[in-house]
Write a protein that binds this ligand. Sequence first.
Ligand code: F6P
Length: 360
Amino acid sequence: MRLGVLTGGGDCPGLNAVLRALVRRGVSELGYEFVGVQNGYEGLILPNLTMPLGLDEVRGIHQKGGTILGTSNKADPFAWPVKEDGKLVTRDVSDVVLQRARDLKLDGLVCIGGDGTLTMAHKMAERGLKVVGCPKTIDNDLSGTDQTFGFDTAVGVISEAIDRLHTTAEAHQRVMVVEIMGRNAGFLTLEGGLAGGADFILIPEQPYDVDHIVARLTEMWETKKFAIVAISEGAFPTGGRQAVVEEANTVPGRGVVRLGGSGKVLADLLAPRLEAELRVTVLGHLQRGGTPSPADRVLASLYGAMVLDLVRDEKWDHMVCLRDGKLGFSPLGESRKERHVDLGSDKVRLAKSMGISFGA
Ligand code: F6P
């Protein structure tokens, strides 16, 4: 069995731990051979983007952030940017991917990625490629699994950042707004905010009401003269819209909306109505970088080893997942649905019971 392996989408702590586990089990227990496909699907579209992926390459990499294979969140075989008559347009190049897989003599392909990468993997499976998947994203928003690796590490970064922001908030009696990643899902803000002791947790699932936030801050100021507002990049005011850095399809082949600026939007709405000073911190890619947490290393390693069960049992077009604390499999097609914070969940209910405001 000769398998291609690619990592696609945004980098994420734990990707290298997956690769290490996959190769260790594959080579030692199953006698498989691996080909590293570089820069996501780009490595199956452009020439000379493969690398050896054996025991030597994966030794000791479980503690390293990023991915030794490189990644891309632009390379889509079904919307590949090409220049035609001087204009950039997108074309379906999935035939090229199929041919490259044949040229490389691949018996199957392991795709490690988030919703975009796994959706593409599913579409390639529909085109006849033997594909299995491994879910990753710091956002934890894939419907096919309860947990993705990378999330725990990012929550750790957010929690530490909020701890540090408390210092200035308290010393200067300020409102510190901290903008957190997560796209359209509020999991990172919810858990990071809870861990860090934020006073407000504003998530995309619950549009916030500025009057309510002003009233809560005014009330708070009677006893404690500082506040931490954790806000998702995808959060928005009632009747408003998400803050966007770049619209989808502004650039052909870059088919995702880039969110950003929600913290500033909130601060601008609050500033004229508060006496206290406000400051905004955008955590950005700090949340994706660095060494994976122990919990993420464990989950990533288990996913990496387990994905080979799918290959061994020829359960193509599936991915590994965690459901109710148990490792299992789910159809790749399911990963394309986004998962969101359930506003009726225990976590939200209990956070509210502690006096944390969700902005409405
Ligand atoms: O999906 C992971 C993620 O970090 C999101 O939380 C964020 O919106 C996006 O990727 C940022 O992507 P980029 O690295 O392209 O700016």
